[in-house]
Design a protein around this ligand. Structure first.
Ligand SMILES: Cc1cc2nc3c(=O)[nH]c(=O)nc-3n(C[C@H](O)[C@H](O)[C@H](O)COP(=O)(O)OP(=O)(O)OC[C@H]3O[C@@H](n4cnc5c(N)ncnc54)[C@H](O)[C@@H]3O)c2cc1C
Length: 511
């Protein structure tokens, strides 16, 4: 059922069993999990079914620290959320990503990969991917053209990816709108969360539209699914009953913001041409591809972060501008167009010249960021049109990121040499081993926002517990990558959908 909140009488009361705030990948996945149950689910979406600049403006914010994209265009504010233009690259976290590693401060999850496996399987279906199987051998059986570099498997392995074409707004609109027990309210922006006076139970959420109308939503369980930056902003802005904001007694909400660092790091010059289909991705065509990754043993021995390496023909890569240079506009549609044009122009230019396409590749790193309390989302005095304080992002890295990237290529270089596959040439910025700070112009973020309400058993170390419930509040849950304590190397959506389905399952058992 769909209701446009702009058409409700002012001061309406909306009541249900469960209230999900935000209809993006996380929120819609949870709503789908409650289809045809006897429970009334309220799904609040701040935007409509299409892009609306007035709603998108609510995302405007400030950035400091490591250079970042404009906050306004770093996500999408309408039904379907940021999947409206995501890339669809999916792969699960590795077993090591859940472990505490002594060389990565604040690393590790209080759950392990097996706890998520059944939900990863479901998430694969929600994202319309192939089977929940990310083993190279499985894909190689079905796609024999995928040939791996003959490297030492104890050092380097092939991490598989699948590609989703799911744009949640389009894919699930009909199902959600036609569902009898799901009540989707569009143009219903949550602006405040009200609790009992002892802060232990959420009683209601206040929503507003752009025309000054205000409504109250009452439910038994509330799930905040507005995206990593926005979830932290909502908790910090809910400060009328407690000045620090909800769930923030230990000053943890907004801290440990993590992104994936995407860095052009080196060149690979092959000894002789090699069929690199396994390492190539053609959007809409490729079912699965691989990136080079380092085994758990190597990560432990070298004390490095988890990251992967992808290949791009050098003849194309040399024409591509860093994403930070093309994604500059506050309008996400325009920024996307500029970035895609840059990519297409590079491919055209490369086709026109006789390049070294079969011999030389640019090597791109995607690497996790070490959890860092100073990398942080906070709120500022300035408010948006609906009266909510705007977000400020201070993105901050440590020296472990650059150190790890350099070591990854030194190890890959040795391997490529030993097996006579080719030679690696490090990019200039990695060569000075005494310098481990990453300059702005070498690092792009992947628009992967994670970590601002991290999971921990201990309320002094995390905002949510193992079930994504906010510590100290019996009926407030956070859905999405905000709950990741450590981000791992893969893009986050498959994992955040799995985690959201796990949280949904937990509430089902409670209710
Ligand atoms: C260009 C780009 C490419 C990407 N590529 C990939 C990729 O290849 N693979 C991958 O895994 N990830 C990718 N991502 C990231 C991916 O899009 C996000 O991880 C994912 O969409 C996050 O899901 P979410 O539901 O947590 O947040 P979102 O999808 O952002 O959804 C949040 C929802 O909450 C709503 N909302 C916000 N505030 C309020 C409020 N106050 N009240 C009511 N509703 C509200 C929003 O309108 C939105 O619908 C990409 C992102 C971008 C920008």
């Amino acid at each position: 059922m769909h209701i446009d909140a702009r058409e409700l009488d002012n001061d309406s009361i909306i009541e249900g069993d469960i209230c999900i705030i935000g209809a993006g990948a996380a929120g819609i996945s949870i709503a789908l999990d409650w289809l045809k149950t006897p429970y009334k689910v309220i799904l609040l979406e701040g935007g409509g079914f299409e892009y609306d600049d007035e709603v998108q403006n609510l995302y405007e914010g400030k950035t400091t620290g490591q250079e970042y994209y404009p906050l306004k265009s770093a996500r999408l504010h309408y039904f379907g959320g940021t999947t409206g233009h995501w890339g669809g690259m999916c792969s699960p976290l590795d077993t090591i990503d859940f472990k505490e590693r002594h060389w990565v401060e604040n690393s590790g999850w209080p759950i392990n990969k097996q706890d998520l496996d059944p939900f990863y399987e479901k998430a694969n279906k929600v994202l319309e991917l192939g089977p929940y199987n990310y083993d190279f051998s499985y894909w190689n059986k079905n796609l024999p053209n995928l040939i791996p570099f003959p490297l030492n498997k104890k050092v380097i392995w092939n991490k598989m990816w699948q590609y989703s074409k799911a744009r949640f707004g389009r894919l699930y609109k009909k199902t959600i709108v036609e569902a009898k027990n799901i009540h989707l309210y569009t143009y219903a922006n949550a602006v405040d969360i009200k609790t009992e006076s002892n802060l232990s139970v959420v009683n209601e959420v206040i929503v507003k539209d752009h025309y000054g109308k205000k409504h109250t939503v009452k439910a038994k369980h509330f799930i905040l699914a507005c995206g990593t930056i926005q979830n932290a902003r909502m908790l910090l802005s809910a400060n009328s009953q407690t000045p620090k904001g909800l769930g923030n007694e230990n000053d943890l909400v907004g801290r440990y913001f993590q992104e994936h660092l995407e860095v052009s790091s080196a060149e690979l010059w092959l000894e002789k041409p090699f069929q690199t289909d396994l390492y190539s991705w053609d959007y809409g065509v490729t079912k699965a591809s691989a990136e080079l990754a380092f085994t758990e043993e190597v990560q432990f021995k070298e004390e490095i972060l988890n990251g992967t390496i992808s290949l791009q023909p050098l003849s194309v890569a040399k024409y591509i501008k860093p994403k930070l240079q093309t994604w500059k506009d506050g309008d996400p549609r325009y920024s996307l167009e500029v970035m895609m044009n840059d990519l297409n122009n590079a491919e055209e230019k490369a086709l026109k010249e006789k390049g070294h396409i079969t011999y030389s590749y640019q090597l791109n790193t995607r690497i996790e960021q070490a959890p860092n309390p100073n990398s942080r989302v906070s709120i500022v005095k300035e408010r948006d049109k609906l009266g909510v304080p705007r977000a400020s992002l201070n993105w901050e890295l440590t020296s472990l990121e650059k150190y790890s990237i350099r070591r990854m290529y030194q190890i890959l270089g040795q391997q490529m040499g030993i097996f006579n596959i080719g030679r690696i040439k490090l990019n200039e910025f990695l060569r000075d081993e005494t310098n481990n700070s990453l300059l702005d112009d070498t690092v792009n973020g992947g628009w992967h926002h994670m970590g601002t309400t991290r999971m921990s058993i201990n309320p002094k170390k995390g905002v949510v517990d193992v079930n994504c419930k906010v510590h100290g509040i019996s009926n407030l849950f956070i859905a999405g990558a905000a709950c990741f304590p450590t981000s791992g190397a893969p893009n986050p959506t498959l994992t955040l959908v799995a985690l959201s389905l796990r949280l949904s399952d937990y509430i089902k058992k409670q209710i």
